[in-house]
Write a protein that binds this ligand. Structure first.
Ligand code: URA
Length: 244
């Protein structure tokens, strides 16, 4: 017996939260009847339908993609732009990105059909570190980077303290390369943090997601996560430990 929203999330329909919304919106049927309560439990013997489509039990799959720039972190795009799932055409399961990277941002992006796993890794209460390398306009002094380390006020709240390191700078072109590690996932967070201190981001790449790096992948390439990595990521989400 499992809660309906958990079954939907497991089947890769959507995250658990999104699945709850779909139930409340009357999009889900159990044994032919619309269910709008969140408490209901189902078993394998029950037939579950989402927007008229019967739920099939899928194998869970987990991928790490080196997302290139110019690709959208979504399953479909109404403007017809290339999406991250277009880069894994052989995968027949319904893959969803774990969180998102902006259209112009490159780097580590996980994709899975495991809604619970995705929820655990993206919810702000689970503190998974993400490390980005940003090229910014201008060369900040140490003191000018300090607000990022303390937390800056954005329109949707104050950011948690970040770890920040100036990697290099070039006077001639007036640019700096900065590494920044955050564990939240506010929309366009890194770009907005640098805007807030007056050093706009020109290029952004996510180098690490928890302990996962782009190691040996080129832009547009992917690999499957091992069972061990998936287990480690779950532990990381729960405890904030393991190579974070
Ligand atoms: N922060 C951003 O500004 N963009 C991303 O894609 C990820 C984090």
């Amino acid at each position: 017996m499992e809660r309906l929203q958990k079954v939907l999330a497991h089947a890769g329909v959507a995250s658990r939260r999104k699945s709850e919304e779909m139930i409340l919106q009357g999009k889900v049927k159990v044994n032919g009847k619309v269910v709008t309560e969140l408490g209901i439990k189902v078993t394998d013997a029950d037939t579950v339908e989402v927007e008229g489509v019967k739920l099939e039990k899928e194998q869970k799959v987990y991928y790490l993609l080196y997302k290139p720039r110019g690709v959208i972190s979504a399953v479909t795009d109404d403007k017809g732009r290339k999406t991250v799932t277009d880069l894994l055409p052989h995968v027949t399961e319904r893959l969803y990105p774990v969180g998102r990277l902006d259209y112009e941002t490159s780097g580590v992006l996980l994709l899975t059909n495991d809604g619970d796993f995705s929820y655990a890794l993206t919810h702000p209460k689970f503190k998974v570190d993400k490390t980005y390398v940003a090229r910014v306009k201008g060369i900040p002094l140490k003191e000018q980077l300090r607000p990022l380390e303390r937390g800056v006020v954005l329109e949707d709240g104050k950011t948690a303290p970040a770890r920040v390191k100036l990697l290099s700078s070039e006077r001639k072109t007036d640019k700096a390369i900065i590494e920044i590690t955050i564990h939240e996932g506010k929309n366009r967070q890194v770009r907005r943090m640098f805007d807030a201190i007056g050093f706009p981001v020109q290029k952004l790449k996510r180098e690490r997601f928890g302990f996962l790096t782009l190691h040996s992948l080129n832009a547009g390439e992917w690999r499957e996560l091992s069972t061990h990595e998936v287990k480690q990521l779950r532990v990381l989400a729960e405890t904030g430990k393991i190579g974070n």
